[in-house]
Design a protein around this ligand. Structure first.
Ligand code: NAP
Ligand code: ZN
Ligand code: ZN
Length: 350
């Protein structure tokens, strides 16, 4: 077994504290990764605070992992020691259902093994995430990080990047399409960069005007504050696609009114409680309300290669792990531009 240093939440809403665990010895197809960086996704906070229910403790969060391969099992073909790799939200899936066979393991019908707060495919062994100094993952769930991308700025691509890339591709964001990104946080800022690189005309809908200059720098063509009622009048029936990254309860009906005929609003943010939707917001313009969850492994690699090609990484604030609790509070207050990334060297030194 591989002794591993980590930070864990001992109980719901508790502060994260030093923790140790053992990773399995590498099996035939396993890759051992020395974790260098891990992003802080808002999902980590939802789960540590048990805002969606069902969290199991102690919990080592973290699913935006980048690092360096230190060892591989005897049958590993894709990776070698020294390679730059990443791990996102999943570490395994059933591999035989229609969705797994169709390279959409993220929609596995038999139960995904999420990177943390979940179990391996034996449905018993708990998984623990990237707020730790090493992880052992089957090569089929390991991603290659393009050589030109730094491991710190690339870490958030493993969740925030793919979560926006997948719906942008699926709903065909590109030249001639008007795309709105609702909420300019970790997910939202990746959405702006990727939608812009895909050639779409990008509008940011943010609750205040504070992030206007940043949005333009990130690649947005237009910026509106949703606190201004005039925004909803000005933008009525304008977008081909809206991606809602806001993870708190907001009135989706208002935003549905900003879609053109036959256009789609895709929900990726996950509020704690249910959001009521009126039929009127949908039927008038034959609009569609949809959802999307991360992306499959093949599509995640495609996204990383796309980001490598376009030189896209996340705008990050790097912190030592000792600052993680403070960082959680700052994310909740939208006080981060635009992703915290933990430098795991701080854990090794502790
Ligand atoms: P984040 O960095 O906190 O960003 C969320 C953004 O929402 C904020 O920056 C803010 O943007 C806006 N916002 C926050 N509170 C608001 C409020 N009260 N009213 C209006 N707007 C508010 O979070 P994230 O990491 O991007 O994650 C966003 C959500 O997506 C979370 O619920 C997370 O669990 C979920 N998620 C889903 C998937 C998936 O696969 N579907 C994957 C990862 C994460 P402005 O300042 O611009 O308004
Ligand atoms: Zn995430
Ligand atoms: Zn499956």
């Amino acid at each position: 077994m591989l002794k591993t240093k980590a930070y864990a939440a001992p109980a719901a809403k508790a502060r994260l504290a030093p923790f140790s665990l053992e990773r399995r010895d590498p099996r035939d197809h396993d890759v051992v990764i020395d974790i260098r960086y891990c992003g802080i996704c808002h999902t980590d906070i939802h789960q540590v605070r048990d805002e969606w229910g069902g969290s199991v403790f102690p919990m080592v969060p973290g699913h935006e992992i980048t690092g360096v391969v230190t060892a591989v099992g005897p049958h590993v073909k894709k990776y070698k020691p020294g390679g730059h790799v990443g791990v996102g939200c999943m570490v395994d899936s059933c591999r035989v259902c229609d969705n797994c066979r169709g390279h959409m393991e993220n929609y596995c019908t038999s139960g995904i093994s999420f990177t943390y707060n979940s179990t391996e495919q034996d449905h018993e062994t708990r998984t623990h995430g990237g707020y730790s100094d090493k992880i052992v993952v089957d090569e089929d769930f390991v991603l290659r990080i393009p050589d030109n991308l730094p491991l710190d700025g690339a870490a958030p691509l493993l969740c925030a990047g793919i979560t926006l890339y997948s719906p942008l591709k699926h709903w065909k964001a590109g030249l001639g399409k008007k795309v709105a990104i609702l909420g300019l946080g970790g997910l939202g800022h990746m959405g702006v960069k990727i939608a812009h690189a895909l050639g779409a005309e990008v509008t940011v809908l943010s609750h205040s005007l504070h992030k206007k200059d940043d949005a333009k720098r990130l690649g947005a063509d237009h910026f509106y504050a949703t606190a201004e009622p005039a925004t909803f009048e000005a933008l009525k029936n304008s977008f081909d696609l809206i991606i809602c990254t806001v993870g708190t309860g907001i009135d989706w009906n208002q935003y549905l009114g900003l879609l053109k005929r036959d256009a789609t609003m895709v929900v990726v943010g996950v509020p704690e409680s249910q959001v009521p939707v009126g039929a009127g917001a949908l039927i008038g313009m034959r609009r569609q309300l949809a959802g999307s969850m991360i992306g499959g492994i093949r599509e995640t690699q495609e996204m990383l290669d796309f980001c490598g090609h376009h030189g896209i990484t996340s705008d990050i604030e790097v912190i030592p792990i000792q600052k993680v609790n403070e960082a959680f509070d700052r994310v909740v207050k939208s006080d981060v531009r635009y992703r915290f990334v933990i430098d795991m060297a701080s854990l090794k030194a502790a």
